[in-house]
Structures are given as C-alpha cells and as structure tokens.
Design a protein around this ligand. Structure first.
Ligand SMILES: Nc1nc2c(c(=O)[nH]1)N[C@H]1C(S)=C(S)[C@@H](COP(=O)(O)O)O[C@H]1N2
Ligand SMILES: [Mo]
Length: 398
C-alpha cells in the first residue's frame, strides 16, 4: 500500500525553489543556563493536564486527565501523569517522612526513607489506571475527547524496593493475609490489599528517573502493577498486616461495582484488557485524504498485550495492528497501523487481547454484566466516527 512515493503524496516538490536559510541559523540561540530544569517548547503549551469540571465538585477531590492524544511511545512525562486525589496533594519533607509497618509482624518497625533504600532496589515500567477511567462511557458517548474517555491512565518507570522484602524483614506472623495501606494525606486514604497481590508491589520513591512528583505521592508511594489505581497509595506512611480486609470507605462505598440485582462486587483489583485509538481521535481529526499513521494504546493488568485489531466498520471486519516494541507486561503498549483514507465515513474501533486470552468486550456485553449504573471498571471497545470532513466523534454502535 505504501510502496510508491507517488501514492504517499507527502511534502512539497522542491522544483525550482530557492534554498532558504532558516532564520534560526542567523543568530545564536539560548544558553545552557537558560533552563536549569528544562521545560517543553513554548509551542507545546497546550499539552497540559485538564479537569472535567462537571465530574467533580472541588479540585481537592478530583481528577486531572492525561492528554493521551498528544503523547507518543508508552511513557507518560512526569508533569502529565494524571492526578487523582481525595483531599489535595500534601507537601511532605522527606527527612520527616516515616513508614510504619505493624500488626501481624514479629518486628513492628518505623522506617525512614534512608532505611528503605538499604533494601535491593528495582525498577519496573507499569501503567496506573483509575478504576473510574471510562466512567462517562457507561452511559454512552457523553464526552467527546480521548483525554476524558481514557485519560485516567499513565505509564512510568517506577523505582523503589520490593514491598515483600520489607515485609520479610519485619517477619510475617501466621495468619497474615491482608495489608492495610494508608496515605499521609488529609483524605485518610486507606485500602486493603491481599498479600498475594503484594508479590510485585514496589515501595517507590522515583518515577522516570527523578523523585516522584508531589502529586504522585512524594516521597513514597505504593505501586502495584496491574491493579486499579486506588491501590497505589500515595504519600504512603503506614502498613498494617492483618488476616482480613478492613472494609474502608474507598473499597466499599467507592471503587465497588453495583450490579443490576442491587448487590455490589467488592475488591475488583486487576484492570482488565483495554485499548483505545489516540489518533485519529476527537482531538486528532484527519487533516486530509491519503495516508495516515493510526496509533493507540493497549494495556492489561493480567500481563502482556498479544494482539490489537482495528475495525473501520464498527466491528464487522478487523485488521491486525503492529505492536511497537518494547511490549512489557502490565505496561502500556503502543499499536500502529498505516491507513489510507479516501474521505469515506469510518466507525473506528480497537480491540485488544492479552496473554491470558482475555478479549476486550463490547459496551453492550459489559452492560449486560454490570448494568446501566456502572462507574468503575469499564474496559469496553470505544467507537470513533470519522466523518467525511475528517472530524472525529465518540459514538456508540452496538
Ligand atoms: N494517599 C492517597 N493515595 C491515593 C489516592 C488518594 O487520594 N490519597 N488516590 C488513589 C486513586 S483513586 C488513584 S486512581 C491513584 C492515582 O494516582 P496518580 O494521582 O498518581 O495518577 O492514586 C491513588 N492513591
Ligand atoms: Mo482511582
């Protein structure tokens, strides 16, 4: 399809054009001391996190969404990692921060950050996704922007020490099965985590090579690869070991799925297989006919993404996309597909499959399971309608 240069029709013929000297070649630029901490080009100043005001009443307990359509690769820049907190981001001095581990342990211990850094240090690339990512999509296409339909999702290289190494140092007592993990913020944010999910967890102090940002939990956060965002407790200051869950507000009244029969599913930890096309998307309309590089993100809390298929007709026919390397477990995976648009209407969808064989469901199938009142855990296929003028809208096709 992309074999001949003529078929591509990209760029402007050089022909008889005079070679122009770029103005930037005619005078020196800024010195190395102009930006002690580098910032993006001023031409990129629209690439920022944004709030969806009608979803939350106050910025102290809200979400600021990642601009997925503006990003490339799979790593989210630290300043654009989505922010979700329940009582504002505290300012914590690392020297005074402590982590208490107590409960069913032989040696209850208070750790300073320097103490924690004596355990073996590991890095792990993984996504964090709020269980409420996609909440507005339960009720159909109410928001027309990929940042708001999917932007409670980011991916970083997290560095820290293994939670299990630290728990082993404290010595787990018989009967230890659950952890209560609590943040030092004014929300009193606390969540129960079963010990088997702690296997891969990190007590993280760094994010993409630098100290974790204040909004992301400076100076210490829990990272639990593959598990819903709320388990990744920020500003972590206390872990209690027990034999059963604590049934905190954030795992009963919130982050629980109300079923059609009026009962609620509690403790849905793993984020199911999911994907979305980020370009084209409402923020990335097609600028004209011809060749375009379609691209998107896929992820699964169960492990590796093994395939992503793309449909142009609302799910009747599918074509495999290319998975861009590296493909890492419980990380974002970038998929790409060159497409040739002749100006027709498209109903674009992506459908991801993970290494456990889980296939992303349709919205109709998900609604049958979880009813119409859902907020959390929406991993259904999303449809973008590309209109004949190239604009893109979020629609529902089932
Ligand atoms: N202490 C504390 N930890 C917290 C929260 C919070 O409000 N307080 N919010 C949780 C929720 S619901 C999510 S989705 C993730 C979001 O992490 P991020 O803000 O770094 O994206 O943090 C979790 N950890
Ligand atoms: Mo969340």
């Amino acid at each position: 399809m992309l074999r001949s240069a003529a078929a591509l029709a990209i760029g402007t013929g050089a022909g008889m054009a005079r070679a122009e000297v770029p103005p930037a070649m005619t005078r020196p630029g800024r010195g190395v001391d102009a930006a002690p901490y580098g910032l993006p080009s001023p031409h990129e100043k629209s690439v920022v996190r944004r709030l969806l005001p009608r979803m939350f009443s106050t910025p102290l307990s809200a979400v600021s969404f990642t601009p997925l359509a503006d990003l490339e690769g799979v790593i989210t820049p630290n300043g654009l990692h989505f922010v979700r907190h329940h009582a504002g981001a505290p300012d914590i001095a690392p020297q005074s921060h402590r982590l208490l581990i107590h409960g069913l342990v032989k040696r209850p211990t208070i750790f300073r950050l320097d103490d924690l850094r004596r355990f073996p240090i590991h890095s792990r690339i993984c996504f964090i996704e709020c269980a409420g990512n996609g909440a507005p999509r339960w009720r159909g296409p109410t928001v027309n922007a990929v940042r708001f339909t999917h932007g409670m999702l980011s991916c970083s290289e997290w560095t820290g020490v293994r939670l299990m190494d630290v728990l082993e140092y404290c010595g787990l007592q018989d009967g230890a099965a659950w952890l209560l993990t609590e943040g030092a913020d004014a929300a009193g944010f606390a969540r129960s985590l079963p010990l088997e999910l702690a296997e891969e967890a990190l007590l993280a102090f760094a994010q993409n090579g630098e100290a974790i940002r204040p909004e992301q939990g400076y100076p210490l956060r829990l990272v639990v690869p593959g598990v819903e965002g709320a388990a990744h407790v920020k500003w972590l200051h206390r872990i209690e070991v027990g034999d059963k869950p604590w049934m905190t507000r954030e795992e009963t009244a919130r982050y629980a799925d109300l079923r059609p029969d009026g009962k609620a599913d509690l403790f849905t930890f793993v984020q199911e297989v999911n994907s979305v096309i980020t370009s084209p998307s409402p923020e990335r309309p097609l600028p004209g006919k011809g060749v375009h590089q379609l691209s998107g993100l896929a992820w699964s809390g169960h492990g590796l993404i093994t395939a992503v298929d793309v449909s142009f007709d609302g799910g009747m026919n599918w074509r495999p996309a290319r998975l861009q390397q590296p493909v890492l477990p419980k990380s974002l995976t970038r998929f790409r597909l060159p497409v040739n648009w002749r100006g027709e209407q498209w109903l674009l969808q992506s459908r991801a499959v993970d290494e456990k064989g889980n296939v992303q469901p349709t919205l109709a199938a998900n609604r049958r399971l979880k009813g119409e009142t859902g907020i959390y855990h929406n991993n259904s296929i999303t449809t973008w309608r590309v209109a004949k003028d190239g604009t893109v809208r979020h629609v529902e096709v089932d």
